[in-house]
Design a protein around this ligand. Structure first.
Ligand code: NDP
Length: 295
């Protein structure tokens, strides 16, 4: 069994990004600049944004965090998005989700300039992904593809089941796995909460991508021997000592005995997501400056 170590793989990507950023600066460009908009005091969102800022610093990117009160109106947030769209010093930005209930997330996503949408959530970028055109691909599925690529996992002609059909993980993941690319060229099934007999789909799949958000909902004995298991789920559970720990959507212990390759939680998909966001920011900066994009 091969552990798909997202932590070390993302470290490698960070080093490559740091090198690219140094080269850009040596060529007279300013450092690529990522902004993150954080609305309210959600603990998980604050942590994610703090990690993103730290990551930027480590690879030499500029970063700005814009903290806004929970009480901000939709109009005010739209005005902030417009300001960032027009700010030449910002190459890419994200609006950390979820947003407070009184704000329509779709309206906010629609307002982001596609050229700065490094999360790849806006309709133009989603459409470009579907057409196989240059775009920003949502960081989590893109990070998974990068992990598969770097570990040279053979996906061609394999049956891949994607559990979950969200706009940011499951659906783009299914599109990417079915495209005529490497990795890709898989035969893909998308499963969701209305899928009947989920076990039968998982049992026959060579590649399982679990993106549901239910702790250990995939028991180890569902995994086909030799399958590749990508566990996207991040579930916080309380341990007996009152502390919390993170577990995935797959029962790791049992699955790792059957799988050919598997991602751990934590240390699998999460770090890859972060690294790819940084890479997308560098790409955005290069496109806006009209210089060659890093390979
Ligand atoms: P969503 O809640 O948006 O989507 C969950 C999906 O799971 C839905 O499509 C839902 O189906 C489906 N689902 C729910 N219950 C079942 C079930 N019993 N059987 C099969 N499918 C089911 O979640 P996200 O896609 O945003 O995230 C999924 C998980 O991935 C979460 O744990 C999240 O924290 C994690 N995540 C991890 C990231 C990382 O970097 N590692 C990044 C992003 C997310 P339906 O559409 O019918 O409701």
């Amino acid at each position: 069994m091969q552990l798909l170590d997202g932590k070390s793989c993302s470290e490698q990507i960070r080093q490559e990004i740091a090198k690219t950023v140094s080269q850009l600066k040596a060529d007279g460009q300013r450092a690529p600049h990522l902004a993150a908009v954080l609305v309210g005091n959600d603990g998980a969102s604050q942590n994610y944004v703090a990690f993103k800022v730290k990551d930027c610093e480590e690879v030499g990117l500029e970063s700005t965090t814009i903290r806004l009160e929970d009480s901000i109106t939709e109009q005010e947030l739209l005005a902030k998005v417009d300001e960032l769209n027009k700010d030449d010093a910002i190459d890419g930005f994200i609006v950390q989700l979820p947003l407070p209930k009184h704000i329509d997330e779709n309206k906010i996503i629609l307002a982001i300039d596609p050229a700065k949408d490094v999360d790849g959530f806006c309709p133009e970028n989603v459409g470009r992904l579907n057409l196989g055109l240059p775009t920003f691909i949502s960081a989590t599925p893109n990070g998974i593809m990068e992990l598969l690529r770097r570990y040279e996992i053979d996906t061609e002609g394999k049956h891949c089941v994607v559990l979950g059909r969200s706009n940011i993980v499951g659906t783009p993941m299914a599109v990417l796995m079915s495209r005529n690319t490497n990795p890709g060229n898989a035969t893909v099934t998308i499963a969701h909460s209305r899928t009947k007999d989920l076990a039968s789909f998982v049992r026959q799949s060579d590649i399982v991508v679990a993106a549901v958000g239910r702790p250990q909902m995939v028991p180890g004995d569902w995994i086909k021997p030799g399958a590749t298991v990508i566990d996207v789920g991040i579930n916080r559970i309380e341990k007996e000592d009152g502390k919390t720990k993170l577990i995935g959507d797959v029962e790791f212990e049992g699955a790792s005995k059957r799988a050919g390759a598997i991602t751990p939680v934590p240390g699998g998909v999460g770090p890859m997501t972060m690294a790819v966001l940084l890479a997308n920011t560098v790409t955005a900066a290069c496109r806006q400056a009209g210089v060659d994009e890093p390979a």
